[in-house]
Every structure is written in structure tokens, then in C-alpha cells.
Design a protein around this ligand. Structure first.
Ligand code: SF4
Ligand code: SF4
Length: 280
């Protein structure tokens, strides 16, 4: 049985696919988007998170720590009287995760389903595939960057009912600059969805000065035009609170763009191509 690592489970999610959903967040992502607001989803190891702002410096956490450098052992988590410390990341087998999901499955099978998000859930494709196969009768979706080998993408899509995928930037050079990776595989995987029958939704995180120009919207709309299984395009406006969790991980948030600038969302470009849109 495959082992995987998750960092959260969210109940009653209403923006992660059709109906009301349970969302499971898998840890690990091959991209490094400048605007990422879930930095605890990036690496595939457990990490200590601390809400420093409310710390009273009582010293209880330091008193129980036996390590020079944090190894995310979790020993200091229960001793904090204010509950300011937590470990993001839990290893478990596919069977254990499926059992937890199935414990609440009655509600979600009636009103929505289960969505796997991240991080990048397809980075743990073997683990994810085993979990998906253990959830018969549940509506299953992923939220993915689409950054993976096409055969991996097709295998996982074949086990799903619905796909939510990002197309962050159409221009390959800009994509590499702002996410750390080329977008060729992403566009190849998006093309597969466009040519198929699996219902899917495209999301565009709209980042000031990065991808909020008409050329980017127009290229993306032209690429998606005519895709029969495409439900709509959703825009996710950039929020200035995106950097909030970096400090909890001991990291600095240094976005490579003007995070204070306003954004432009050209919904009209997509309507020219007959594609419905929504701003979240
Ligand atoms: S999780 Fe806490 S106790 Fe464990 S190594 Fe890190 S700081 Fe020390
Ligand atoms: S135990 Fe909690 S309140 Fe006390 S020093 Fe550690 S983080 Fe701060």
C-alpha cells in the first residue's frame, strides 16, 4: 500500500468543485509560484508552524526541545498553552486516508464529493490513484496545476469525475520566471482536457503586472475556445494576505511582482470566445 503525506483536510468546502465537498490537501509541489499562499504545501516533509504574533515568550516550547535545529518532531506542540504551534504534514497510507474520507462519506455522496488539492496532488500520483480507487460511488475531483508527465495526468484524470486546473500564464518565458518551471506540459495536459469529455474548470490566479494583461487573457481564451467539456473559467483575484503563512514557517515572503498594485480582470475577452467566467 502506498504511503503519502497530507497537510490538511477541510470540511464543507464550497469552492472546490460541484456541491459541498471535503477537500484533502496533499503536501509537495514542483512549482514555486511567487504568489503561493500555501507555503506549507510546497515541500514533502512535515514542517513546524508557529503563530509568533501571539507568543508570550513563556519558554515552555524551548524547555522540551532537544534539537539544535527543528526536525518537526512535534514535541513542543502540546506544551504551548496558547496552541500556537502545529505540525503541517502527516504521513499515512492510502488505506488510512480512504478510511478517514469514508467515515464522513454519507453526507458528501449526497451533496457533493471529495476534492484532492495541495500543493500539487498529482505529485503523489501512485498514492492518489490508490486512494481514488478506494472511494467508489463518491464524486471525485482534483485541483491541479497540471504540471506533470502526460501519462500520469491521463491516468489520474481517468479515475476522476471532475478536474479543476490552473492555467496561470500562457507565455512560457514568463511562466518559468514566475513559477520556476516551463508550461509546456501544462498546456499539453490542458489540451488533453479540451479534447475530451471529462467536465473541467480552468482557474486563473490574477496577479498584478504578471498575467493581468489582455494578451495573456486572449491567448488563454483562444486556446480554450470550443472545448466542449469546459464548464467555465474562474478568476482568483490576488489577495495581499497571501504572504501570511510564510512567517509561521520561518520563511520570508518576497513576491517577484508589485503585490500592492491593483489587478485587471478581462472577463469580456473570454465572452468574445463564448466561454463563461466567474470571479471568486
Ligand atoms: S517540533 Fe518543536 S520540539 Fe520538535 S524539533 Fe521542532 S522546535 Fe524542537
Ligand atoms: S510555548 Fe507557546 S507561548 Fe510559550 S514561548 Fe512557545 S510558542 Fe510562545
Amino acid at each position: 500500500m502506498e504511503k503519502g503525506i497530507i497537510f490538511d483536510r477541510k470540511e464543507f468546502a464550497v469552492f472546490d468543485g460541484p456541491g459541498i465537498r471535503q477537500t484533502v490537501f496533499l503536501k509537495g509541489c514542483p512549482l514555486r509560484c511567487s504568489w503561493c499562499h500555501n507555503p506549507e504545501g510546497l515541500c514533502m516533509q512535515p514542517q513546524l508552524m508557529v503563530s509568533h504574533a501571539s507568543c508570550t515568550h513563556c519558554g515552555r516550547c524551548a524547555a522540551v526541545c532537544t534539537h539544535e535545529k527543528c526536525v518537526a518532531c512535534g514535541a513542543c506542540v502540546p506544551v504551548c498553552p496558547l496552541g500556537l504551534r502545529k505540525i503541517a504534514g502527516e504521513f499515512l497510507t492510502s488505506g488510512e486516508l480512504a478510511r478517514r474520507i469514508l467515515a464522513d462519506a454519507g453526507y458528501y455522496s449526497r451533496y457533493g464529493g471529495i476534492t484532492f488539492s495541495g500543493g500539487e496532488p498529482l505529485m503523489q500520483a501512485d498514492f492518489l490513484a490508490e486512494v481514488l480507487e478506494m472511494l467508489p460511488g463518491l464524486h471525485k475531483a482534483v485541483e491541479t496545476s497540471g504540471y506533470c508527465e502526460p501519462d500520469v495526468f491521463r491516468r489520474i484524470v481517468g479515475l476522476l469525475d471532475y478536474v479543476i486546473m490552473d492555467i496561470k500564464l500562457f507565455d512560457g518565458e514568463k511562466h518559468r520566471r514566475y513559477t520556476g518551471a516551463d508550461n509546456r506540459r501544462i498546456l499539453e495536459n490542458a489540451e488533453y482536457l479540451c479534447g475530451g469529455r471529462k467536465p473541467f474548470l480552468i482557474r486563473i490566479p490574477v496577479i498584478p503586472g504578471v498575467n493581468d494583461d489582455e494578451e495573456n487573457f486572449r491567448s488563454t481564451a483562444a486556446f480554450l475556445a470550443g472545448a466542449e467539456a469546459l464548464e467555465r473559467v474562474e478568476f482568483l483575484p490576488y489577495h495581499q494576505t497571501a504572504g501570511a503563512k510564510y512567517g509561521m514557517l520561518g520563511l520570508e515572503y518576497r513576491p517577484d511582482f508589485d503585490a500592492d498594485a491593483g489587478i485587471r480582470i478581462c472577463r469580456s475577452v473570454f465572452s468574445e470566445y463564448g466561454i463563461p467566467t466567474e470571479v471568486l
